[in-house]
Design a protein around this ligand. Structure first.
Ligand code: GLY
Length: 351
């Protein structure tokens, strides 16, 4: 595949996103590669072969969203101090969204901030998480509640790295692609209805399209003061689901798929979406074996958890809802009764 280069240009930084075969990476100071055992087993030697640096160190942290926590952060920082990284050193995040988020955060606070590069190895991180500089970790109170905006120096997206991706991981990334299309691009959504992403050429096109959408949104609103919140469609519900299940039952993209379905049902109740559109999105998600249901045992308790969402202000909960296809509304004026009605639909039985 030909290399595509897109540019992120925000008030704080400008950096390239390369989509295509991984190029050589040069750095004239120390480099710390952070990865997990699975990804390192697959790709570490390839990266080491492409890397030219003064000294290269490797730090391995456990795999999984439940490890995106303070302990893993400390492990990375200890590695960095142990190898005497300085302010000219570089961290490389080699892995999926968990690795990207935690390495972004570690590099953002190490000696008040050093550079880092993203080499995303999952579909979810290639189309969304690696771009835009959101970094952080989870804690007992919720997802990504500790972190900062810290933009990478570059993002290298090589779709051939997805060939080893497990089926569930692949589907989780597709959820984020569908998310972008529903809220931002009707033509892309309609293309997705008729093009299978299991076909490699279609997948490459969808990655490029998703990153283009993401770049446009981040360039317009780096710090999520407005339109960037639209990228959180499905996430207000998803973060509660992930927290309630201790980050163990669902991959992030799977929780987002359920969250999108919940958001769509709420959007229907508000007249933003019609039943046919809601069902079509659900069918599209299900065609990739994504879950769209979650057993809500206590709607009121589920609702209370929304208050820890970073988009809640002054006890008002913000919802990102599709408004037809290709458009969205970001609103903190959704009546609580409509949200509870939506959650009631998930209390028991299949739908
Ligand atoms: N993943 C949502 C964002 O980067 O804003």
């Amino acid at each position: 595949m030909q290399t595509h280069t897109l540019t992120i240009q925000t008030p704080t930084s400008t950096y390239p996103i390369h989509i295509g075969k991984l190029p050589a990476i040069k750095h004239s100071h120390k480099v710390l590669i952070v990865s997990n055992p699975k990804v390192a087993g697959l790709y570490l030697s390839k990266i080491l072969g492409l890397l030219e640096a003064k000294e290269v160190y490797v730090c391995i942290i456990p795999d999984g969203e439940q490890y995106k926590n303070m302990q893993s952060l400390e492990l990375i920082l200890e590695c960095a101090f142990g190898h005497k990284l300085d302010r000219k050193s570089l961290m490389i995040a080699l892995g999926g969204g968990v690795i990207g988020d935690i390495v972004g955060f570690a590099s953002g606070i190490y000696q008040r901030g050093i550079d880092f590069v993203q080499i995303p190895t999952t579909l979810l991180s290639q189309v969304d998480a690696s771009v835009g500089g959101k970094t952080g970790i989870n804690n007992a109170f919720g997802k990504n509640l500790i972190g900062l905006f810290h933009q990478p120096k570059a993002v290298y997206i090589d779709p051939s790295m997805l060939e080893s991706l497990e089926k569930r991981e692949f589907a989780a990334g597709v959820a984020e692609i569908i998310k972008m299309a529903v809220c931002f691009d009707k033509a892309f959504y309609e293309w997705l209805l008729t093009h299978s992403l299991h076909q490699p050429q279609n997948l490459c096109e969808a990655i490029i399209k998703s990153v283009e959408i993401k770049a446009k949104v981040v360039n317009a609103d780096e710090k999520e003061k407005g339109i960037r919140a639209g990228l959180n469609y499905g996430h207000t519900f998803a973060h509660v689901i992930e927290n309630l299940t201790a980050y163990k039952s669902y991959l992030h993209g799977e929780a987002v798929a359920i969250g999108m379905n919940m958001a769509n049902i709420l959007a229907c109740k508000l007249g933003f979406l019609n039943d046919e559109q809601c069902e079509q999105i659900q069918r599209l998600l299900q065609s990739y074996d994504l879950p769209t249901r979650f057993e809500v045992s206590n709607p009121q308790a589920f609702y209370e958890q929304f208050y820890l969402d970073k988009k809640s202000f002054d006890s008002r909960i913000t919802f990102i809802l599709p408004y037809g296809i290709g458009d969205l509304r970001i609103t903190d004026e959704v009546p609580k009764s409509k949200v509870l009605e939506t959650l009631e639909e998930f209390v028991s039985g299949e739908k």
